[in-house]
Design a protein around this ligand. Structure first.
Ligand SMILES: NC(=O)CC(=O)C(=O)O
Length: 284
C-alpha cells in the first residue's frame, strides 16, 4: 500500500444542461488528474440541478450516458473516480446514486444514498427526497492501492454509525459527495466532517456543487478535507474550484497510536455493528 497520495474534491458549477454538466465534469477531472490527484470526487447531483422536481427528468440508468462518460474520464485520466451522484432510474424507482470507477474505467462500486434528506425547518428549508427517491440498502466501500475507501452521500454523513462501521471494516478515507444548503451548511457542514474524522481517526472529505444563487436549492459549497486529528487541511469558499489534499496514512497511524481509541472501546458496555446477514436478507 502506498501511504501518501493526493485527492481532489471537485466543487463544480452545475447547470441545467446535462451535456454541459458532463463536459464540465470531464474538464475538471482532467485538470485534477494533471495536478496529480489519484482519487477524484465530484459533487452530489453533478449532472442535474439538485431538487426533487428535477430528479425524474434527469434520471437515467447506471450504466447509462452519464456513467459511461465518467467511466471514459476515469480511464482517460487513469484515476479512481467517485462520480458524485446522479438521479438513477432503476425500474420504477429513482435513487440518488454514486458510481465509482477505477483507472481502467470499470465500475467497482455504486452507492445509493441510504438516508434520504427529509427535513422541515419552518421559514428556512423543507426537503422531502422520499417523495421521489427510494433509499439504498447497502454500505459502499472500495479498494485502491492506497487504502480502502468508504463512500456515502450528503445526509448520510449525519449518521455516525455508518462512518464507524465503514471504519471498522478498514476504511481510512471517507468520501461524501454532498450539497448542504444555506441553513444547514454554516451550522453543520464542517462540524459533521470534523466529528466523523475525529471519532474514527480517518480522513474525511466532501465535494459540494458550487453555489448558484439563481437555483431553487442554493448549495453551501465549502468542499473540504479533514485529517484524523480533526483539522480542516484544505477547503474553499462557495465558488467553482478544486480542493486538493495530500492524504498521509503514516500520520493517521501516528495519531491512532498516540490516542489509541481503537484499543480502548468498551465493547462490554456498547457496540456499533451491522445487523446479522439473516436479519437483512429479506430487506435486500
Ligand atoms: N442535502 C442533503 O442531503 C443533506 C443536507 O443538506 C443536510 O443534512 O443538511
Amino acid at each position: 500500500m502506498m501511504s501518501k497520495f493526493k485527492i481532489a474534491m471537485v466543487q463544480m458549477a452545475v447547470g441545467t444542461s446535462k451535456p454541459g454538466n458532463l463536459a464540465r465534469a470531464a474538464a475538471l477531472i482532467k485538470e485534477a488528474s494533471s495536478a496529480g490527484a489519484k482519487i477524484i470526487t465530484l459533487p452530489e447531483c453533478f449532472n442535474s440541478p439538485y431538487g426533487t422536481k428535477y430528479f425524474p427528468e434527469y434520471a437515467e440508468p447506471i450504466p447509462g450516458p452519464s456513467s459511461e462518460a465518467m467511466a471514459a474520464a476515469a480511464k482517460e485520466n487513469k484515476v479512481f473516480l467517485v462520480a458524485g451522484s446522479i438521479p438513477e432510474k432503476c425500474g420504477d424507482k429513482i435513487y440518488n446514486s454514486s458510481a465509482i470507477f477505477n483507472p481502467e474505467g470499470e465500475m467497482v462500486a455504486m452507492h445509493r444514498k441510504v438516508h434520504l434528506f427529509d427535513i422541515d425547518i419552518p421559514g428556512k428549508i423543507r426537503m422531502q427526497e422520499s417523495e421521489i427517491l427510494s433509499p439504498g440498502k447497502q454500505m459502499t466501500m472500495f479498494r485502491t492501492p492506497y487504502c480502502q475507501v468508504g463512500v456515502a452521500i450528503c445526509y448520510d454523513i449525519r449518521f455516525a454509525e455508518l462512518a464507524q462501521i465503514m471504519t471498522q471494516k478498514g476504511c481510512h478515507l471517507l468520501l461524501y459527495p454532498g450539497a448542504f444548503n444555506m441553513t444547514t451548511g454554516p451550522a453543520h457542514w464542517e462540524l459533521l466532517q470534523r466529528g466523523r474524522a475525529l471519532d474514527n481517526q480517518v480522513y474525511v472529505a466532501t465535494a459540494s456543487p458550487a453555489r448558484d444563487t439563481q437555483a431553487s436549492y442554493t448549495a453551501w459549497g465549502h468542499s473540504s478535507v479533514v485529517n484524523p486529528w480533526g483539522e480542516v487541511i484544505s477547503t474553499t469558499d462557495e465558488k467553482e474550484s478544486i480542493v486538493y489534499a495530500d492524504i498521509d496514512l503514516e500520520r493517521m497511524e501516528e495519531i491512532r497510536n498516540q490516542v489509541p481509541l481503537r484499543n480502548q472501546r468498551r465493547h462490554d458496555l456498547y457496540r456499533v455493528s451491522e445487523p446479522a446477514e439473516e436479519d437483512r436478507r429479506e430487506e435486500l
